[in-house]
Design a binder for this molecule. Structure first.
Ligand SMILES: C[S@@+](CC[C@H](N)C(=O)[O-])C[C@H]1O[C@@H](n2cnc3c(N)ncnc32)[C@H](O)[C@@H]1O
Length: 203
């Protein structure tokens, strides 16, 4: 019996180590692609969901909607169409770089490239829209990025968790609003039980 139990634990240990190494290999290969293409096409019904979440909060005013990462237009092609609304877009594959875009806009709604998210967040803030709605991997909505947005005056007013077929892990539609009260709290402390770690580390 003892021998059996020992083998059983060795087997479990082996499985967990294997799973851990596979999952870290997957995230490593995503993070360090030789040429990060960052092209992940959003299912149209999910893009529509993000747009509808915004529309629940605003009236049909002459806002300027902007899709910085248009690709085939999962978001852009479904932006609302009514009198006075304007649509703008960029897409690096078509020679229009988001980081060189400097026009007036009111609403950003898109799925950004994950390889340069800090830069994306900073640029979104610079453009000063009223609403920023992004589809992100759950792990990409970090406390540091939320803090960056809060310091710039943006609160998370909506957060929708979802799963996209074949995408790694779960995703969020996160909606930031200028001057909005955030629906979530966070801190940047690395919490530990032990007394001796008096100096809490920050992530
Ligand atoms: C995650 S995909 C999303 C595509 C589309 N928005 C969708 O959801 O189906 C990101 C897109 O951003 C584009 N992209 C990457 N860097 C860019 C940049 N600096 N300016 C504009 N587009 C960029 C990529 O070519 C890619 O099409």
């Amino acid at each position: 019996m003892k021998v059996y139990t020992k083998h059983f634990f060795i087997l479990i240990d082996f499985d967990i180590t294997f799973i851990k190494s596979m999952s870290s290999k997957i995230s490593h290969s995503i993070k360090h692609r030789a040429t990060p293409k960052d092209v992940f096409i959003t299912p149209k019904p999910l893009a529509k969901k993000a747009i509808d979440m915004i529309m629940e909060d605003i009236d049909e005013e002459p806002y300027i909607w902007y899709d910085p990462f248009k690709n085939s237009g999962s978001f852009y092609n479904q932006y609302p169409k009514y009198k006075g609304i304007e649509h703008k877009w960029s897409e690096i594959l078509e020679g229009k770089d988001f980081f060189e875009f400097n026009e007036n806009i009111d609403i950003i709604c898109s799925n950004p490239p994950y390889s340069c998210l800090d830069k994306v967040f900073k640029k979104c803030i610079e453009l000063k829209p009223h609403i920023i709605s992004l589809l992100l991997g759950v792990g990409n909505l970090t406390a540091r990025r939320i803090e960056m947005m809060e310091k710039a005056g943006y609160g998370i007013t909506k957060l929708h968790m979802c799963k996209v077929y074949k995408w790694y892990g779960m995703s969020y539609i996160v909606q930031f609003e200028k001057g909005g009260n955030s629906i979530m709290t966070y801190d940047r402390v690395v919490w530990r039980e032990e007394e001796r770690f008096k100096k809490q580390k920050k992530i």
